[in-house]
Design a protein around this ligand. Sequence first.
Ligand SMILES: Nc1ncnc2c1ncn2[C@@H]1O[C@H](COP(=O)(O)OP(=O)(O)O)[C@@H](O)[C@H]1O
Ligand SMILES: [Mg+2]
Length: 263
Amino acid sequence: MTDETSGSRPLLAASGLCKDYGGVRAVRDVSFELGRGEVLGLIGPNGAGKTTLVDLLSGVQRDDGGSVLVDGRPVGRAAFRRARSGFARTFQHPQLALGLTVRQNILLGRTARTDHGLWRMVTGPVRGALRPRGPADDRLVATLLAEVGLDRPDRRAGDLTLGEQRLVEVARALAQDPLVLLLDEPFAGADASGVAGIARAVRVVRDRGCGVILVDHNVDLVAELTDRLVLLADGAVAFDGAPADCLSSPEMNAVYFGSEAAS
Ligand SMILES: Nc1ncnc2c1ncn2[C@@H]1O[C@H](COP(=O)(O)OP(=O)(O)O)[C@@H](O)[C@H]1O
Ligand SMILES: [Mg+2]
């Protein structure tokens, strides 16, 4: 494939994604694209399906229909296959190995592409993270900590504040060298320096020509960092466009302030 042809394809193309939980249609027929160097804000009220969509993209949940293409190619569904295709994520409720250090948790990011996947490494015996580390590991951890604005890599993850745990998750995702970084409510519980660290990480990924999907309730903050907003309501895309257009749209008004306001 030439650079020209790969350049004309979106980095990520999701089409017709669906997910049912029992009787609940959490995600219904969601399609959108993400370009290289693009930061997409995913907004919507509680229960709109944002986390489920992140779960489907990262392979943590299996979809009930639809397709995901990276650079025009279909990708496998399992989480470790999605990681191999370039997806890395953080969790709305941080998922760190709490008994391990910050450094060990960050280095766990590199296990996401193995057959075990990140999840089993975090919840399991995490042997891979405990192998002797080399100078290259220390350099990587130092670089990533500087990017997110954390220090003291020898602290236990379980001793960190929620905001600090989120930053470690962002650093762990960056350790995967992602093509598509998925951040699920990274600003919740973050102080000013946490917000700055996350914003820096978003820009680092964007400036590499990769893509970021940023989920958050803080619509103003998301709009500031993103090129485009996708508004989810009841599992479906209600608006997809420029932040300013989204914020002033009738759809936004309807979703956040009730349908009467839109009419
Ligand atoms: N594991 C699950 N089992 C059953 N229902 C779920 C599960 N996860 C999410 N849901 C339901 O799917 C809908 C979308 O939830 P979610 O994706 O968490 O929304 P958001 O992240 O936008 O708040 C909600 O109605 C929620 O209750
Ligand atoms: Mg959520």
